[in-house]
Design a protein around this ligand. Structure first.
Ligand SMILES: Nc1nc2c(c(=O)[nH]1)N[C@H]1C(S)=C(S)[C@@H](COP(=O)(O)O)O[C@H]1N2
Ligand SMILES: [Mo]
Length: 443
């Protein structure tokens, strides 16, 4: 590897700005072609790579730029720092026309541009059914009622005095990757997989609150969580899960939740589809077995091939995706690349990730980067030397239960193509001979 490394390090060009805009896409392709032309012209010197470095070095190393000789800026005055202006292309993006109005829309996390396992809060995906609010925390209340001895209303101050936990978990919308059920539909990993994010959440365990209120352990079978926005999101969670690792959270990545993610309070239901993570949480009602089918406790349905419906399938099964190289990016030269991606499972931790560069014929085991946590992103990396020929990149995750992420045709055989939710199949990226990476489906 070190030999390959010293020879040539391939460069990855990011996807252009708005990848769903066909006109811009063509422009970006043209721009990249001319860029590649230049790169190739320079490539004459790649064999004698020392020459390239010297040519580059004159500008970037030998001539001292202003920032080396001049005075820099004073401390940031607006109090809250922002990313570098050079990173302006890294943004959440909406898919035009996905929903009728922006108040009931989705913005996707740019997974292709992130490192490690934490999603920066400003890039956490958004899913709103009725728009978002910036609720005054001093007026916000949480009620716990139903099958408890002491029904109670908590202020934010009350809650934040309680013993808290901080835990890293992924949240994935049940509809993530839904576009790919039938065929290839979207060009980039941001749109195919960007309805998942991973953060450190801080709050009080739901079990602590329920114990405080004197939950009726004999009768209680479900809790119903309700949000304070217009969508009146209510979702039931079975009592075992509620008493296990659910968090009534106010913190995200070391600060208060962002308004678009539920400020000042949201439910964290590790491993379970995003819809159960009720934002603007204002009520927890403890109920008996009848709550499983309560009208307002809407559950998503999976349409099975035999015409039946599958319900109460809230767990996000083991899944992974290569984030670089991924759709829309371009490899400028042959040579060494670090193939990297994310794996996660709603049932536990990631045990192994295999990577194929030949469409699933051969697999190699990737390096898992720590920490490897339950119901959280795990970052994987693997060395790859691209020989310049078309290649199909895939990743396959295996979780602590032994579950192996399925191929898309295996998943279709069981689930058909009429489902929206819970598409966790292996993703394939085609690296073309020209270095352009695109979304494909192979079996
Ligand atoms: N109150 C409320 N909670 C909500 C929603 C909502 O619209 N309102 N959307 C749900 C859905 S479908 C998902 S996928 C997640 C998205 O959380 P995020 O916007 O923080 O990414 O929140 C869930 N909780
Ligand atoms: Mo969702």
């Amino acid at each position: 590897m070190s030999d390959e490394l010293s020879q040539t390090i391939g460069r990855v060009v990011p996807a252009p700005e708005n990848f769903l805009d066909a006109e811009k896409l063509e422009l970006a392709r043209k721009a990249r072609r001319s860029f590649m032309g230049k790169a190739l012209a320079m490539g004459a010197g790649v064999a004698a790579s020392a020459k390239v470095v010297a040519a580059d070095g004159e500008e970037a190393i030998l001539k001292m730029p202003e920032h080396t000789t001049g005075l820099g800026l004073p401390v940031v005055t607006d109090g809250y720092g922002k990313p570098s202006k050079w990173e302006a292309n890294l943004q959440r993006r909406q898919s035009p026309g996905l929903t009728r109005v922006n108040q009931a829309s989705v913005s996707f996390t740019p997974l292709q541009g992130l490192f490690g396992i934490i999603t920066p809060s400003g890039l956490h995906f958004e899913r709103h059914h009725q728009g978002w609010w910036d609720i005054d925390p001093s007026k916000h209340r949480l009620m716990v009622n139903g099958l408890v001895k002491r029904e109670r209303v908590f202020t934010m101050d009350d809650l934040m005095r309680l013993p808290s936990v901080s835990r890293i978990h992924f949240i994935e919308c049940g509809a993530n990757s839904a576009t790919e059920w039938g065929n290839v539909a979207v060009p980039t990993v941001q749109y195919s997989h960007g309805m998942v994010s991973c953060s450190e959440f801080t709050g009080v365990l739901l079990s602590t609150l329920l114990e405080m209120c004197g939950i009726d352990k004999k009768k209680a079978k479900y809790v119903l969580a309700e949000g304070a926005d217009g969508s009146s999101m209510t979702r039931t969670i079975d009592i075992e899960r509620a008493m296990d690792d659910c968090i009534v959270a106010w913190g995200m990545n070391g600060e208060m939740l962002r308004p678009e993610n539920g400020y000042p309070l949201r439910l964290v239901v590790p491993g379970v589809q995003g819809v159960s993570w009720v934002k603007y949480l204002r009520r927890i009602e403890v109920g008996d077995e009848k709550y499983a089918t309560k009208d307002e406790a809407v559950h998503y349905i999976d349409h099975m091939p035999d015409g039946t419906h599958r319900q109460y399938t809230g767990i996000q099964e083991c899944k992974s995706v290569i984030t670089t190289p991924s759709g829309g990016q371009t490899l400028l030269d042959k040579g060494f690349y670090n193939v990297t991606g994310l794996a996660w499972s709603g049932r536990g931790s990631i045990k192994r990730v295999d990577v194929s560069t030949d469409g699933g014929r051969n697999w190699r085991t990737a390096r898992l980067e720590g920490p490897i946590l339950d119901k959280a992103f795990t970052r994987f990396n693997i060395d790859w030397v691209w020989d310049g020929k078309p290649a199909i990149l895939q990743s396959r995750a295996i979780d602590s239960t032994g579950y192996v992420q399925p191929k898309i045709n295996q998943l279709r055989a069981v689930r058909g193509t009429r489902s929206v939710y819970h598409q966790n199949a292996i993703q394939s990226w085609l690296v073309g001979a020209n270095g352009e990476v695109s979304n494909v489906q192979v079996y």
